[in-house]
Design a protein around this ligand. Sequence first.
Ligand code: SF4
Length: 353
Amino acid sequence: MKDTQSIRRALLAWFHADARDLPWRKTNDPYKIWVAEIILQQTRVDQGLPYYERFIAAFPTVQALAKARQDRVLKLWEGLGYYTRARNMHKAAKQIASQYHGKLPQQAEILALLPGIGRYTAGAIASIAFGERTPVVDGNVKRVLARLFNLDACVDEPAVEKELWRIAESLVPPQHPGDFNQAMMELGARICTPRKPLCETCPIAAQCVAEKLGVQEERPVRRAKKETPHYEIVVAAIHRDGRYLIGKRPEEGLLGGLWEFPGGKVLPGESHQEALKRECKEELDLSVRIGGLIATVNHAYSHFKVTLSVYRCTLPDSATPKPKFHTELKWAAPKEFRTFSFPKANHKFLPLL
Ligand code: SF4
């Protein structure tokens, strides 16, 4: 492509002069770059920064992470969401400690064999930490490329995504591939934003086809979004002697490994009381006595929304709950809640208990 050299030069010059001063940009430590990349996958920089700092302070090396208890890892991740990221990073750290003498592999192809490291993360670590000439394509890069080359096909289609990787690969320079990849992502985050891109300050505006045609905001073409489902959830705050019954969710699946209060979705036609009784029977193998409503909480996850209705509940004296769904049950006093990792929605009602 005739403008490849100009695009590379302009982007690198802009990045070297104007990059944000971020802690993972001041290190060559592949472990720290990996942690930052995983945190930033679904999280904005300003939101992820304190998590990165706490995580690195608690686990400064791969070995430290490999030796940590999963509960501690999840506790540090609490509130960031997408907990599979933390569980996979923990698993991968164990694998790196045992199979690679605690050092991250240098090639993107080998990195991509580790849990939770997809093509994007592998490319980011290999190019930034090890200088491998390999591309990265995330949401920001997709948007920049779709505008730069004025792609009118839907970027969510696998064939178009493949084409984007091919284009990205052709653009990555042999010198400073990591800086170039970061420059593309930074441009997408700060200049080539989803709405109202700042084309007048863009270092590659001269090469941008969508800008010339005035169709920037129509690119990238995306698949129409489905409506976000909404679920009505009942929660049993079962208390006995000043403590509440909490359960640890199974490892695999949504919010895996986090602690929560028993409960679940209200089925069509069920009242809250019926749903609570059924859920407690299914999850704990017992009948609860349902008291008053403590709180109603709305929360939006990435793919669905929930309304939690939290009820004060008690058990008959002789009843012993059995973990039919959770991997573990515990009675916890409110002052102990901070030592467990709860999903974000739970934090909205914990202070009321
Ligand atoms: S000129 Fe505008 S649309 Fe094109 S890459 Fe730059 S910011 Fe994006």
